[in-house]
Design a protein around this ligand. Structure first.
Ligand SMILES: NC(=O)c1ccc[n+]([C@@H]2O[C@H](COP(=O)([O-])OP(=O)(O)OC[C@H]3O[C@@H](n4cnc5c(N)ncnc54)[C@H](O)[C@@H]3O)[C@@H](O)[C@H]2O)c1
Ligand SMILES: Nc1ncnc2c1ncn2[C@@H]1O[C@H](COP(=O)(O)OP(=O)(O)OP(=O)(O)O)[C@@H](O)[C@H]1O
Length: 567
């Protein structure tokens, strides 16, 4: 697809969403009076007719058509709510067939409206995604012009998207962003969507540029073997598998490091002060710290006046354009916290272990000089940890233009019963297919990085973080046959609290930011295009195996003694 076509697609999709919304508003005439009891039959009839219309138009139209289906039925939302209220106030005799039929019709209409609201949210998300990719591509082009690096330019947006989502599998050692390298850093620097930042004397210079490539160990002649399916003579075969370890190689030296540290820990505080000074004095590195840490360091010693920080959320949005590396000092929670600061691209993370478990924190803090030397010089292995992008869709806001901001999680999103003592009742869909109803304490939708966290405690498999997948793990399901699932990374999951749920559900994101989900609300999750690159001590697999063995004591058992019965 050319850039122009992309621009057209991006803008036309936005226009489509906007148009459908304006239709939404213009067709929503406001509340419809609650029908008096004698006229309820006529209301049932009219709703039943609308139900038929909805079904007919669903059959005859494609996906985008479903938005206009919503428009034609939106006027019944208010009447539906009014009718529910009316029904709640009026005792229903089980023998009253009319009221039962009416209530059924209302449910059908409500379901159709839900589908439309969700379709709209998905379309908005998709349009935003295309727009962002388009902006990235433009930035990439501009950057390449400045650098005179013609080979960096790719006119194919799909290629860029697949590079960002790791669908490309190749290694290339051919210089600047050769055919198979990932030049994401160049794409991401300098141009930032959003408001123009106010001039800041603390701003640092350009970011260091780097290249990601897939390693090809054991490949003697340097020829990389790709993972692809070939169809020679009608036979389907996969080529020999390559080593997919991802290497980060700096193309210019990194200049700026951001520290994210666990609060209320004296050890962390002392080490942070020492590392900051060492980086400045021995490596001439610019250092950013959190506002809390900046205050602490400056109160102690004014000679830390070289450190930089931020004042507000707008400045946090720009951090990824200034920072070459993130250093975390703490446990896994600190890595999650660091990732949560970045709603878009995330610079590589070097996680030093100062927590209790430290599954994602492989670097020993006692050897920080050696570790940082290795990382600053490069090349080093990284694990690209996928994140999930979660949208909460409110039933009450289905005819509003703006939905809640997406939330990115590195571990998982959990939907549970919170303080409710009732069973959680959740309807789950994968793309357009119904998956199941969860009846139990809740559901965990996890990344593969999160597979060793809450999902593991709920009986999910441990999955290597580079495996492209989404884990679907129930929490205490009240069923004998509910096994956890692992779904492919490209699907979109939708979990909704049905109208007839007895209680609310609660969503939490990496264990934080709890949000109530009322009957009618839904959560939509898919893999985000912005992974978290974490530096490895050895390589992705060695580090993972070490973590499950040393951190979780996986399959620890006393060895069987030599003496005893034999074959
Ligand atoms: N029953 C459970 O196991 C349970 C319950 C609630 C939350 N959690 C996890 O805690 C996470 C939040 O972590 P926190 O440190 O802010 O909270 P926290 O301080 O409560 O620590 C939770 C524990 O989970 C470990 N952990 C976190 N991410 C991990 C990962 N990817 N692999 C292996 N272990 C991991 C941490 O090291 C820590 O020991 C949530 O994302 C969730 O996965 C687990
Ligand atoms: N920079 C930060 N600002 C605010 N809160 C933070 C920050 N870093 C970590 N936290 C929070 O502090 C809590 C504890 O942090 P962390 O998990 O890193 O330490 P730990 O519990 O000692 O280690 P582990 O997770 O390995 O057991 C987490 O809930 C995390 O969200």
């Amino acid at each position: 697809m050319s850039l122009d076509e992309l621009a057209d697609k991006s803008s036309s999709e936005e226009i489509q969403v906007a148009q459908s919304d304006s239709k939404f508003r213009s067709l929503n005439p406001g509340p419809i009076p609650i029908p008096a009891a004698p006229s309820i039959r006529s209301l049932v009839d009219s709703v039943s007719d609308e139900r038929l219309d909805v079904m007919a138009s669903h059959q005859s139209e494609n996906g985008s058509g479903s938005i206009s289906t919503a428009s034609s039925t939106v006027s019944s939302i208010e009447s539906e709510k009014a009718a529910y209220e009316y029904l709640a106030q009026t005792p229903i005799k089980s023998t009253d067939a009319h009221l039962v039929e009416f209530s059924e019709a209302m449910r059908t209409v409500a379901k159709a409206l839900r589908r439309v609201a969700e379709g709209k949210a998905a379309a908005q998300a998709e349009a935003a995604e295309w727009k962002r990719k388009y902006e990235l591509e433009m930035a990439h082009k501009q950057q390449s012009k400045i650098k005179g690096c013609g080979s960096c330019v790719s006119n194919d947006l799909d290629k860029l998207a697949s590079q960002l989502t790791l669908e490309t599998s190749a290694s290339d050692q051919l210089g600047c962003c050769g055919k198979h390298g990932i030049c994401s850093h160049e794409v991401l620097q300098d141009v930032v969507p959003g408001p123009i930042p106010r001039p800041n004397h603390k701003m640092v210079g350009r970011k260091a540029s780097f290249k990601l490539s897939w390693g090809c160990n054991g490949d003697k002649n340097g020829q990389h073997k790709h993972d692809f399916v070939s169809f020679e003579k009608g036979d389907i075969t996969t080529a020999e598998r390559s080593n997919k370890q991802i290497l980060l190689k700096w193309e210019s030296p990194p200049q700026t490091v951001l520290f994210i540290t666990k609060p209320n820990s004296n050890n962390v505080h002392v080490l942070c002060a020492e590392m900051v000074r060492w980086l400045k004095e021995h490596k001439n590195i610019n250092v950013f710290v959190e506002p809390r840490v900046s205050k602490e360091l400056l109160t102690e010693d004014s000679s830390y006046n070289f450190i930089q920080t931020w004042d507000n959320d707008e400045e946090i949005k720009l951090l990824h354009t200034k920072v070459d590396l993130i250093v975390t000092l703490g446990g896994d929670g600190t890595v999650l916290w660091a990732a949560s600061l970045f709603k878009g691209p995330v610079p590589p993370v070097v996680a030093f272990s100062l927590g209790s478990l430290g599954f994602m924190t492989p670097f020993p803090s006692e050897q920080y000089r050696e570790c940082l030397d290795n990382v600053l010089n490069g090349p080093f292995s990284i694990t690209l940890r996928n994140r999930l992008q979660c949208h909460v869709i409110r039933d009450a806001a289905k005819d509003e233009l703006v939905t809640e901001d997406p939330i990115l999680v590195l571990n998982e999103v959990t939907i549970d019963r919170g303080i409710s003592s009732y069973l959680t009742y959740l309807e789950c869909y994968c793309d357009s297919s119904f998956v199941t109803c969860v009846q139990g304490d809740g559901l965990i939708i996890s990344t593969t990085s999160g597979s060793t966290a809450y999902s593991l405690a709920a009986g999910g498999s441990m999955v290597h973080p580079q495996v492209p997948g989404i884990l679907f793990t129930p929490i205490c399901p009240h069923s004998l046959s509910f096994r956890p699932l692992i779904l492919p990374e490209y699907v979109t999951l939708r979990v909704q609290v049905p109208y007839n749920s007895r209680g609310h559900a609660w969503a939490s994101f990496d264990g934080k930011d709890r949000r109530q989900l009322s009957p009618g609300d839904a959560l939509i999750c898919s893999i985000s295009p912005w992974p978290v690159p974490t530096a490895c001590v050895m390589d992705s697999t060695t580090d993972f195996l070490r973590s499950i063995q040393e951190g979780l004591h996986w399959n620890l058992r006393k060895s069987q003694s030599f003496d005893g019965p034999r074959d």
